[in-house]
Design a protein around this ligand. Structure first.
Ligand SMILES: Cc1ncc(COP(=O)(O)O)c(C=O)c1O
Length: 378
């Protein structure tokens, strides 16, 4: 039975911390830095438009690929912002990017296929790969950089598919052009397909984000994953997309979506099609706030013996705590009333890490900093 396969996948550290947060709701000064969501509300314009479209009756099944006006808006957006050209026909709107990712893995993986992941990486890929019959294979980076040394290691792993997450959850890494070029040439040479999860493409601070969608050479086999969850603080709306130029695969992906979901939610798509471009102003305000929070949290940790990695994007801080992350997380929940995610599920050498989210009000971040600094004075 397939349910046995699901049983074999253990509860993730972030799900466990979510459960703990619900159980400890009564603790009045509890700070939850464990969730991958943001405290910002969805921009009012998107909400208002949605109401209008619901009242207008856009509440029925619609195009399985996503409505054409939204696909056109995404096509313009990707070209303008990231020099990634995809025609509306090459875009499939999905109910959240997670579902799009799963479609890609499910379609591309043959039993036993090895799928390469760079450590640390988002914890949801491993169960998705396993459910699809593949074998997740972790490749180390070289001091968090993809270098000739990491390439040599990757070469030995004989992977058939690579999932890259740029900017990276949990480390906040933003891949440079040199790193991406190295990876692309290798994948071209070895005939390796890339799935590029770029859902944090707008949440970048000092560095420039480069989309793999702008690399013409790899376009044929690349599957580009995007989402509006983080960009417009609309995680509960479930709107993502998959772009691809391999029309054989895209056709099958659409067929799969029609079989399992029929289409993405209709009224949310209409609302976003109207507001995608202007909505980015709100995103800029959010990113300014995240940057301030990042600096506060990173600097607070620098004053302790714990070792934070400087994040160039996303809204996470990845910290080497020098001891078992699960034990550390339990300790600070008890002593500081702060929830963080233990690092164990983000790789195979990540047990001594924790991940914190700073997508919260700055006042809360300041309070968390105060507690950490007091508790871990150098
Ligand atoms: C790296 C990464 N990819 C994909 C997702 C899923 O986002 P969505 O809400 O679009 O399904 C997340 C959510 O946390 C994420 O961190």
């Amino acid at each position: 039975m397939r349910s046995k396969l699901i049983d074999s996948i253990s509860e993730s550290a972030s799900m466990k911390m979510g459960q703990i947060a619900r159980e400890r709701k009564h603790i009045s000064d509890l700070i939850n830095l464990g969730i991958g969501d943001t405290h910002f509300p969805t921009p009012v314009k998107i909400v208002d438009k949605t109401y209008n479209y619901m009242n207008e009756g856009k509440t029925h099944y619609d195009n399985g690929q996503g409505i054409i006006t939204l696909r056109e808006a995404i096509s313009r957006y990707l070209a303008k912002r990231f020099n990634a050209s995809y025609s509306p026909n090459e875009i499939i709107v999905t109910p959240g990017s997670k579902q799009g990712l799963f479609y890609c893995l499910f379609l591309l993986i043959e039993p036993g296929v090895k799928v390469g992941l760079f450590e640390p990486t988002w914890l949801a890929y491993v169960p998705m790969i396993k459910i699809s019959g593949g074998k997740p294979v972790f490749c180390s980076l070289d001091h968090n950089m993809f270098t000739e040394k990491s390439l040599k290691e990757l070469e030995k792993k004989n992977v058939n598919i690579i999932v890259i997450n740029n900017p990276t959850n949990p480390s906040g890494k933003v891949w440079t052009s040199k790193e991406l070029n190295l990876l692309v040439s290798f994948c071209l040479k070895k005939n390796i397909r890339i799935i590029s999860d770029e859902v944090y493409n707008e949440i970048v601070y000092d560095k420039q984000f480069i989309s793999l969608g702008s690399f013409e050479s790899i376009k044929k086999t690349l599957m580009l994953i995007g989402s509006f969850s983080k960009t417009f603080s609309m995680t509960g709306w479930r709107l993502g997309y998959v772009c691809g130029k391999d029309h054989y695969i895209q056709d099958r992906l659409l067929k799969l979506q029609q079989i399992v979901a029929t289409c993405p939610t209709t009224f949310t798509q209409y609302a976003l099609a109207d507001t995608l471009e202007e909505g980015l102003t709100t995103t800029r305000d959010m990113v300014t706030m995240y940057k301030k929070n990042r600096d506060l949290l990173y600097n607070a940790f620098k004053k302790t013996p714990l070792k934070p990695l400087f994040p160039d994007g996303t809204f996470y801080l990845w910290v080497d705590v020098g001891e078992d992350g699960d034990i550390f997380a339990e300790k600070i929940l008890e002593d500081l009333h702060i929830i963080v995610v233990p690092g164990r599920d983000y790789g195979i050498h990540t047990q001594n890490y924790i991940r914190l989210s700073y997508a919260l009000d700055t006042k809360i971040i300041r309070e968390a900093c105060r507690r950490f600094e007091n508790a871990f004075k150098k």
